[in-house]
Design a protein around this ligand. Structure first.
Ligand code: ADP
Length: 407
């Protein structure tokens, strides 16, 4: 089934056109800087050279139109008519407590996503704009919402409740939600498939290390603990986000520097993490390069990043009372052997031993084992593919909706 996958940010729309039967990506691209003087549009058909253009794109509706124009352009030989696209899958960041799974979008679903805006003020509004624009462009096709939070709805209360008065949870739904759910779900399922091990009695830790980073403990196929929380700010050290810090620091800063509370949001989300620690860059490639040149603060930022990962591995080992495998994914997890090595160092007592040749094999791509044969915990690199999860879920739900048209 041909599925269009859409991921809307506040000023960008990313898309992929995926044939779910072959899992092939026929075309992908993005419209960036929506609303700026000129927007940048990129499209790439399969592995061909990307095409780029600059256009005025005022809003998400115009961005969707630019994407549809490209997909429908006869010269690109992607589809012969809009009817060839049988479903649209939308990435939605926050489903609150309402969604444990992906759903067919109807007015009630839109309302529930609107209700979760308070929980994700930066993400859910553009997600909703994308849904509206795509429903206008493709009105006769089922649209499906796939939530970043859904996979973590299996967390037990002892993991998702914060130690603040319980009425804060009851009144405002303040709790741990967790994010990157589609990625943690995808790599765990690829691991079950590639090893032939079922989820039953299996304990794994998935490490999604990108600009945003999170880790999840997965027991019997279910997320039982995860590092991001009420928002994607907590847990690991990230490109520009601080991860876990003592909340008292905020009050101290407000007092000492007379900072208004709202400015702390920017401080912790955009100026902290690897960028803040190094004073140099948020991008791991730049940091590794500069650390090689001897920069002490870059070295420290990298060391702290890896230390935090080791801390979480130890904690999740305790949470699950054992560990079968660790999986690394996303930009850093898939491409940085140096980081994987440091993140797994000094974990021999837990049974984690990397094989240096496997880990540092720069020719190797795709899913691969990088632990030593004597390691009791297997370590894998598994490239993530969140868009494929969204496409497959959208296809499944669209088929179910056709079979039960009253849904
Ligand atoms: P996003 O969260 O934006 O999807 P990605 O998963 O693309 O992020 O990861 C981006 C991060 O991956 C950046 O810090 C980048 O430096 C890092 N990265 C990508 N390739 C490499 C590499 N070869 N070595 C080290 N880090 C890399």
């Amino acid at each position: 089934m041909l599925v269009l996958v859409i991921n809307c940010g506040s000023s960008s729309v990313k898309y992929q056109l995926i044939e779910t039967k072959t899992e092939e990506k026929l075309c992908s691209g993005m419209v960036e800087r929506i609303g700026a003087v000129t927007a940048i549009i990129k499209h790439q058909i399969k592995d061909q050279k990307p095409v780029k253009e600059s256009l005025v794109i005022e809003d998400h509706t115009k961005a969707l139109k630019a994407i549809m124009d490209f997909i429908l352009d006869k010269e690109n030989k992607l589809v012969s008519s809009p009817d060839d696209i049988k479903a649209v899958g939308h990435r939605v960041v926050h489903g609150g407590e309402s969604f444990k799974d992906s759903v067919l979008i109807d007015d009630a679903v839109i309302e529930a996503i609107e209700q979760a805006i308070d929980l994700a003020p930066l993400h859910n509004p553009p997600n909703l704009k994308g849904i509206e624009a795509a429903r206008n462009s493709l009105p006769d096709v089922p649209h499906v919402a796939v939530f970043d939070t859904a996979f973590h709805q299996s967390l037990p209360p002892e993991a998702y409740l914060y130690a603040i008065p319980n009425r804060m949870y009851r009144r405002y739904k303040i709790r741990k939600y967790g994010f990157h759910g589609t990625s943690h779900y995808f790599v765990s399922r690829r691991y079950y498939k590639m090893t032939g091990k079922g989820p039953k009695d299996n304990k794994i830790i998935t490490c999604h290390l990108g600009n945003g980073s999170s880790m999840t403990a997965i027991k019997d196929g279910q997320s039982v603990e995860t590092s991001m929380g009420f928002t994607p700010l907590s847990g690991l050290i990230m490109g520009t986000r601080c991860g876990d810090i003592d909340p008292s620091i905020l009050f101290y800063l407000v007092e000492k520097q007379e900072l208004p509370l709202y400015s702390l949001h920017g401080l912790l989300n955009r100026h902290s993490g690897l960028l803040g620690m190094s004073g140099y860059a948020a991008d791991m490639r730049d940091l590794l390069e500069e650390a090689k040149n001897g920069d002490r603060r870059c070295k420290q930022a990298i060391e702290s990043f890896c230390y935090r990962i080791r801390q979480f591995i130890g904690s999740y080992y305790a949470v699950m009372n054992g560990l079968d495998a660790i999986i690394f994914t996303a930009g850093i997890g898939e491409n940085a052997p140096d980081i994987r090595e440091r993140a797994c160092s000094s974990l021999e007592s837990l049974g984690v031993i990397l094989d240096p040749d496997r880990n540092w094999d720069t020719e190797a791509t795709g899913e691969r084992l990088i632990s030593a044969d004597q390691s009791t915990v297997e370590v894998y690199v598994i490239p993530t593919n969140e868009e494929l999860v969204i496409a497959i879920d959208a296809a499944k739900i669209a088929i179910a909706a056709q079979q039960t048209p009253w849904i």
